[in-house]
Ligand binder design. Structure first.
Ligand SMILES: C[C@](O)(CO)[C@H](O)COP(=O)(O)OP(=O)(O)OC[C@H]1O[C@@H](n2ccc(N)nc2=O)[C@H](O)[C@@H]1O
Ligand SMILES: Nc1ncnc2c1ncn2[C@@H]1O[C@H](COP(=O)(O)OP(=O)(O)OP(=O)(O)O)[C@@H](O)[C@H]1O
Length: 267
């Protein structure tokens, strides 16, 4: 079975508290985007994990696909499989690629071995693998709170038929380091309320709390955000804990001749 785990972007990301378990309370909207890894899972005689494309900077046993397989295997009599991951989504970019691979491993195993697990059960398994993982179990935009795992479906009419330009500055940002530099703050308005306001208000209202510290340490990332506004973006921001930045455009944006990886998608 072949599946295509997508990347996500965060629209606004507020960090509102530090929890006793060391995680942070967040308030964000997450949206899948059409940038995909490729994941193939086939039954075999002994467990094997291989990967291609961009190299993943952790040993195979730490790969979230492998962790997802063994998590399900602890509760079900799963046969051995060969998992092959072709990595395309940039790592440490705030695009949730590893989380998506983990969620899609659960989804594929559920289907391949007819485990009959419903969405809620799959989300509970996903939450054990990472805070962003439950989001990838279903494909619609979500307003996410808690440590990211409390989700509510949301429609974002402002984004209908808009264009997205995404830059990968190729700067690896560790999520836990990024969180450790943040002082949580209470918020007056939720991100859900803000994304339902007109898109023309977003640049003044939507905030990613990671931008202040990440931009201070990496001027190149804030320059890319400025570049997106210069190019005519209606709204531009960093995704998650960075380093990827995106802009939302009314019309198809031109590609720049910057020596940097960029993608353009219609939403
Ligand atoms: C930045 C976001 O991508 C926004 O969607 C997520 O909050 C990160 O989610 P993730 O990559 O799935 O994170 P996890 O794998 O669960 O946690 C990695 C590390 O990030 C920190 N972490 C993560 C999520 C959260 N709500 N609070 C945290 O403090 C913790 O130090 C944790 O050890
Ligand atoms: N399948 C995988 N793909 C990518 N990274 C993985 C995977 N499995 C484990 N990892 C580890 O997770 C780290 C970060 O992964 P990921 O791509 O999800 O980060 P991110 O883009 O910053 O996402 P997030 O928005 O969740 O913080 C990698 O540096 C790697 O060590």
């Amino acid at each position: 079975m072949i599946v295509f785990p997508p990347a996500k972007i965060n629209l606004g990301l507020r960090i509102t508290g530090k929890r006793p378990d060391g995680y942070h309370e967040i308030d964000t909207v997450m949206l899948q985007i059409p940038l995909f890894d490729i994941l193939e899972i086939v039954p075999t005689t002994s467990f094997l994990f291989t990967s291609g494309g961009n190299s993943v900077d952790c040993p195979p046993e730490m790969n979230l696909c492998v962790k997802a397989y063994y998590l399900l295997k602890s509760d079900f009599d799963l046969p051995p499989v060969h998992i092959h991951l072709h990595k395309i989504i940039p790592m440490g970019a705030g695009l949730g690629g590893g989380s998506s691979d983990a969620a899609y491993t659960l989804l594929a195993l559920n289907e391949l071995f007819q485990l009959q697990l419903n969405r809620k059960t799959l989300e509970n398994y996903a939450a054990q693998l990472g805070s962003d993982c439950p989001f990838f179990i279903s494909s619609s935009p979500k307003y996410c709170t808690g440590r990211g795992e409390i989700m509510k479906d949301i429609e974002i009419p402002s984004l209908s038929e808009k264009w997205l330009k995404l830059y990968d500055p190729k700067i690896h940002i560790s999520t836990s380091n990024a969180y450790s530099g943040i002082r949580p703050q209470a918020i007056n308005k939720t991100t859900e309320e803000q994304v339902l306001e007109p898109l023309s208000d977003w640049s003044d209202s939507l905030i990613n709390d990671f931008e202040t510290t990440v931009f201070q340490e990496n001027k190149a990332i804030s320059q890319l955000k400025n570049q997106l506004y210069k190019d005519g973006a209606l709204y531009a921001a960093m995704s998650g804990s960075g380093s990827a930045v995106y802009g939302v455009f009314e019309h198809i944006p031109k590609k720049n001749q910057l020596s940097i990886q960029e993608w353009v998608f219609q939403l």
